[in-house]
Design a protein. Structure first.
Length: 565
């Protein structure tokens, strides 16, 4: 049997060792540091749950900090959306909401400190020349001709950079480290660049802005963060993180890297997601097909399901691609417990029950949620004319098709057995437009006193009582499991799924849904889980987004995993 420590992930083991050794005076302090240059996506949810989860597990703190160091790409809209997303996931940072811009003055003073120590210099090379001088993985870099400027000259030039004396791109401040280092990040990295742009918080106060590598470690140090948890792409940046803090002789957090979340049929680049938004491939950042948290929320995903999903994915050191089916399974599992059952017909076919009394209406009892008896029951009206799903009838049924067909009997959910006796078709197209059936009055509730068996059960709504509604059916945004990563689809937009959205304007739903509130979840029996769109729904006119279908391959996988244990 494994010990409790070996069952923990490698980050928890590092923290346990730190606590045991007395490091950081027994403190555990993390942070979630998004850049406000786009909306958060499902990949960020993994980092949010990890950082806030560790703080909660160890009785510590987690900061929400915005790395707002690039005013050309950042907007207040993104700040607001990120705050909303983190709250929606169920996490609270208390009074610890910070911005990199809070520390601009302090960062500037630290940069001056490095210049005075001979560890930083102002460089006049262009960005292209800096790349050329940096070298390659197999070829060492060359020193800039401006590398050996005097400390006095560097201080004067850096001061004038701040004052706005120079135009964008003409000068940068670089750290003086090692142009022959095997790690390209250590080859005199840029610390500051000139950007004459209005910042969303500081306005026009600054025209020089710190790079992420320079700002990152200082922010952590200033805030007293103990464990700076990053994704794997920052592993090669860790020596630079350490160098800056060591040279400045300030509090030194530990940077730890873990594998980011990659999801099949999904892109996780904010740049690519922004491209989809700006080029009109989706309706916005909150389009329910998007992997953004705002998109998933509008589609009907719950914060509980996303937290459970990140828990299932776990924390690893190696990159991998997680099957989208695991995320869908997590939301099905959660909604199965909380979503009341209702009946709706998305592709209606009219059915007339010939032997049912013309003016009669019955109220039949239906179960709201078999997983939660406390939800009770409701009454659904039944009458002579009903709608069923078009694919629940086949004129020439294939083998193992147990639904309605000429001469065949099926069970109507909560109602009666009906038998198809006639088919009405459109004279021009040959399309089936109406069925005529008979019902067995003795089969009320779905069983027959003579004991005959009926294999098929289908759902329905009463035509006289049903409400008409708009329903949106969402599918995967991409047709490729690895968009932009597989041979032949380098441009990720070439594998967009043309059938990712189907809008149905003529759906019929049971009357209980006429006043469904925005933000409510339902299971449409046999069809999937649906969510009342909080943006487009109006009082008395709900719009339903399908969150996820009822198909679930991951349920079988989960069952096999339990059996293995």
């Amino acid at each position: 049997m494994k010990s409790e420590k070996s069952q923990k992930n490698f980050i928890e083991q590092i923290i346990d060792d730190d606590l045991e050794s007395g490091k950081n005076d027994g403190r555990v302090h993390t942070r979630f540091p998004p850049e406000p240059n786009g909306y958060l996506h499902i990949g960020h949810a993994k980092s949010i749950c990890l950082n806030f989860g560790l703080a909660e597990e160890y009785g510590g703190f987690c900061n929400l900090r915005f790395d707002d160091t690039n005013p050309t790409k950042e907007e207040e809209e993104y700040v607001d959306s990120i705050i909303e997303d983190v709250k929606w996931l169920g996490f609270d940072w208390g009074e610890r909401l910070y911005f990199a811009s809070d520390y601009f003055e302090e960062m500037y003073r630290y940069a001056v400190q490095l210049i005075k120590a001979g560890k930083a210099y102002v460089d006049d090379l262009s960005a292209e020349e800096i790349r050329e001088y940096r070298g390659t993985l197999t070829k060492p870099g060359k020193k800039s001709p401006y590398r050996d400027r005097s400390i006095e000259e560097n201080l004067d030039l850096f001061r004038r950079m701040r004052l706005g004396d120079f135009v964008d791109g003409t000068r940068v401040l670089r750290a003086k480290i090692d142009m022959a280092s095997p790690n390209l990040n250590m080859r005199d990295p840029v610390m500051y660049r000139i950007i004459h742009a209005t910042h969303h918080r500081t306005g026009d106060k600054w025209c020089i802005y710190p790079t992420y590598d320079w700002a990152h470690g200082l922010e952590d140090s200033i805030e007293g963060v103990t464990h700076s948890i990053c994704t794997l792409e920052f592993e090669d940046h860790r020596p630079l993180y350490d160098w800056y803090l060591d040279e400045l002789n300030v509090f030194h957090p530990q940077q730890i890297e873990f594998a980011r979340l990659n999801l099949s049929y999904t892109v996780m680049s904010k740049r690519k997601l922004l491209e989809l938004v700006k080029q009109g491939f989706v309706s916005g950042w909150d389009d329910p097909r998007m992997p953004t948290l705002s998109g998933l929320r509008r589609r009907g995903y719950t914060p509980e399901s996303i937290r459970k999903f990140t828990e299932r994915v776990g924390i690893a050191k190696r990159e991998g691609i997680v099957d989208l089916g695991l995320l869908e399974y997590s939301v099905r599992e959660d909604l199965n417990k909380r979503a009341p059952r209702v009946m709706g017909v998305l592709h209606p076919l009219r059915v007339v029950i010939d032997n049912y009394p013309e003016d009669q209406t019955e109220e039949l009892e239906a179960i709201n949620n078999p997983e939660d008896p406390s939800m009770g029951t409701r009454n659904v009206p039944f009458s002579k004319v009903i709608y069923i799903e078009r694919n629940d009838f086949r004129e020439d049924p294939p083998r193992k098709y147990f639904r309605l067909a000429p001469g065949r009997e099926v069970r109507l959910r909560y109602a009666y057995f009906i038998k198809c006796v006639d088919v009405v078709k459109d004279e021009k197209t040959g399309e089936v437009i109406e069925l005529h059936c008979t019902y067995d009055p003795a089969s009320k509730g779905g069983s027959s006193p003579d004991g005959r068996k009926v294999k098929g059960t289908i759902h329905w709504v009463s035509a006289a009582h049903a409400i008409k509604a708009k329903v949106r059916l969402y599918d995967r945004l991409f047709s490729s499991p690895n968009p932009g990563r597989e041979k032949g689809d380098a441009d990720f937009k070439t594998v967009l799924n043309p059938n990712s959205l189907e809008t149905l304007d003529n759906c019929y739903l049971e009357p209980s849904l006429s006043h469904a509130k925005a933000g409510s979840h339902y299971q449409f029996e046999r069809l999937g889980y649906f969510y009342v769109d909080p943006v487009d729904s109006m009082e008395g006119a709900p719009v339903f987004n399908r969150t996820v279908s009822l198909r679930d391959s991951w349920a079988k996988i989960e069952k096999s995993l339990k059996l293995e244990k």
